[in-house]
Design a protein. Structure first.
Ligand code: SF4
Ligand code: SF4
Length: 334
């Protein structure tokens, strides 16, 4: 079975990320026919809610050395016409979790307006931020999201927020402040990219955030879109800290197996382009159309994964990929 989880204990050879090739040409026309059993695996049970990861801007106030977006041609793009996007979200069937990121989403002047619009439509709101926004602006976002807020993910970038003890202490204190303003059912976590410069500090970071009562997740560093070649010892360290975003692995491979991405999950950019998932966007396959256009199409069910490396922890954590089950807290109130 190809659902081997690279970097799992006992299989600590250097990670190789095979570039995706066309595995089944019949699956490429969109929308594909549903396939509930493939690659020796049944599709997971249909998740209760859909999820979107939405890059609302390419702009960011940081320039991290390891940023996967550093080679984008335009790092100043802000989503335009927020009301048209809000209207498009109203056309999705059922309730969806909209996870906004960037760039840095808090650089977008309409972030709160968007969050409020999604809340009014009974969708769930999540955000990934470098957490540099002022407490006043963060609070305005919490007010706009209200009880629809599901996940607040603060990425910790030592190059900007941890250059000395004072900065790190201030970041941890801000996390405590944020945790104190969140409803109990909101999932709050801090993430950190495991660069070679950071590796020696990761365990200390994890212990400090644990003492502060905040979940700490590590993310493998990527270069040229692929996970860097960690040594066996480095892989062991990352696995001991939970693997990529606490999934227990570093580079999952679900190729050939049925996944709900495309039907109940997609990635969306600031111009409305929608793809099945991040690997699909990377390889320019499985395009759902422009979200603002009538041509936008969701898949009708699960279909086999075409990619040999899944870096989409949102569908993994929400039970959309084979052998996984939803782990983020369910948020039912609104
Ligand atoms: S905060 Fe995130 S988006 Fe901004 S430069 Fe750093 S890694 Fe890139
Ligand atoms: S989300 Fe992951 S498992 Fe699903 S199609 Fe994309 S790469 Fe494959």
């Amino acid at each position: 079975m190809s659902n081997q989880l690279s970097g799992a204990p006992g299989n600590l050879s250097p990670i190789r990320i095979e570039r995706a090739e066309k595995r089944d040409k019949s699956l490429l026309p969109w929308p594909p026919r549903p396939v509930y059993h493939s690659g020796g695996t049944d599709a997971p049970r249909r998740p209760a809610a859909g999820a979107v990861t939405w890059n609302i801007t390419t702009a960011c106030n940081y320039r991290c050395s390891y940023c996967t977006q550093q080679f984008l041609e335009d790092r100043k793009r802000l989503l335009k016409n927020a009301p048209a996007f809000i209207a498009a979200f109203s056309r999705l069937p059922g309730r969806w979790e909209i996870k906004m990121s960037g760039g840095e989403p808090f650089t977008h002047p309409a972030l709160c307006e968007i969050a409020e619009g999604l809340r009014r439509q009974n969708h769930l709101v999540s955000v990934v931020t470098n957490f540099s926004a002022s407490r006043e602006r963060l609070k305005a976002f919490l007010d706009a999201s209200g009880s629809s807020l599901r996940v607040f993910s603060a990425s910790f970038h030592p190059e900007y927020a941890g250059r000395n003890n004072q900065e790190f202490t201030a970041f941890v204190e801000k996390c405590r402040w944020m945790a104190g303003h969140l409803d109990a059912e909101v999932s709050f976590n801090v993430t950190c990219v495991a660069t070679r410069d950071n590796l020696a500090q990761l365990t200390d970071y994890a212990e400090t955030f644990a003492r502060a009562g905040v979940t700490f997740k590590v993310q493998p560093e990527k270069r040229d879109r692929e996970v860097i070649e960690y040594t066996d010892e480095e892989q062991e360290l990352l696995l001991s800290l939970g693997g990529h975003n606490m999934t227990g692995v570093l580079a999952p491979d679900f190729s050939g197996q049925p996944c709900w991405a495309g039907a109940l999950y997609f990635t969306l950019d600031d111009r409305g382009h929608a793809w099945r998932c991040y690997p699909a966007r990377r390889f320019r396959r499985q395009y759902l159309g422009n979200f603002l256009s009538p041509d936008f199409r969701l898949a009708r069910g699960p279909t086999p994964c075409l990619y040999s490396y899944c870096n989409c922890t949102v569908p993994i954590e929400r039970g959309m990929t084979p052998g996984t089950c939803a782990r983020e807290p369910e948020h039912t109130s609104n």
